[in-house]
Design a protein. Structure first.
Lengths: 213, 213
């Protein structure tokens, strides 16, 4: 089966957002050129990315906005309702609990910590539970995705606990490279690494490679 | 000049963290094999990544932990003290203000918003200022990096304001693709896109490509 670069999926997210803006403003047709302009890539790149999933455009006619929007949304699995839990309810975890409680398509159903002073605290839609409850909660509440916001030293162990409990995806905010079975998808959302990359490219602007498909 | 893949810089951040852990525990020597194990890549990849910056290892002997740690830290520009401002002091901005106030190597010197109810509010080390102050503040406080946490609709315009004021790097949490002059480095820290990628790879695990150098 074809392998798809991470960068393609990131761009699919960007195309989808551009299509959502177009649909909201009543626009019904678009082109690879317009999608390219809106997302800062080339029209060739747009066509190449969409070709991974079958061709949706007609030469000289382009794309129907709501059709392509629906297709990309389905490809990304955004049609379903994912159930999330946050592990690590410190400052960042609490901020994210508040944030995710308001996002469409995601249902925040659990928040866990080891700090006894946090247990029982209400944050947004959650009451913080002890991390010992995690294995049972993942099963009972059918939690699909774990948001990992524990310190670096606890990251690997906590990720393994989530994987063993049956979570299939982890959004990892901890500054740690997780080693998990391939059956668990991991996305790094570690923005301190982003800040380090930023400082590198600020000091060495000419070293930057264009994002390739 | 050689172009360096983003993925290499991300791995340099991971190598650096592994080296910091080793140094803290008193370990003085390491190898590409050990760095590979610690960061989930191959030893070949480690050597290839480090080769971009000149060779630091000795065949059969490996690397001196504190030397390589210092070199990588310098490469990433982490030796200097960057001055940060957050634009968009809503929930996420306030959480990040609290977070960045405690990070080594970064000095949080400004927080801006358009909401008059937020102006003057104290958050961590900051007093929130009106966004009109931004151009003057960037110059007076010599702000290097802007953390962008405004809504999607305000992202492009606010990023341009930061660029015009003289900011050289933007860590972009807004769900928008910024179009800026090449002289401004941008890193996306948009974790909702990460969640979309996660849901794609949870539904299509066999489509995932290995991260390539």
């Amino acid at each position: 089966m074809a392998k798809i670069p991470d960068a393609t999926i990131t761009r699919i997210v960007h195309y989808l957002r551009a299509l959502e803006r177009m649909e909201k403003s009543g626009q019904t047709r678009t082109s690879s050129e317009e999608l390219a302009r809106e997302t800062g890539v080339t029209a060739f790149q747009v066509r190449k990315d969409l070709a991974y999933f079958g061709s949706y455009g007609t030469r000289g006619v382009g794309y129907t906005v709501p059709v392509l929007r629906r297709e990309l949304s389905q490809i990304l699995g955004l049609g379903r309702r994912w159930r999330l839990a946050i592990v690590g309810m410190g400052r960042l975890g609490q901020a994210l609990a508040d944030f995710y409680a308001w996002q469409d398509g995601y249902e925040l159903v659990g928040g866990f910590d080891i700090d006894s002073e946090l247990i029982g605290k209400k944050v947004g839609p959650l009451v913080i539970e002890p991390v010992e409850n995690l294995p049972r909660s993942v099963k009972e509440k059918q939690i699909d995705i774990g948001i990992l916001t524990v310190p670096e030293t606890a990251a690997q162990q906590t990720a393994e606990m989530l994987a063993e409990a049956g979570v299939r995806g982890i959004l990892n905010f901890a500054p740690a490279v997780l080693k998990l079975p391939e059956s668990v998808a991991v996305e790094n959302a570690d923005f301190m690494a982003g800040l380090s990359r930023l400082s590198f490219f600020m000091l060495n602007p000419s070293w930057r490679e264009e994002m390739m498909g």
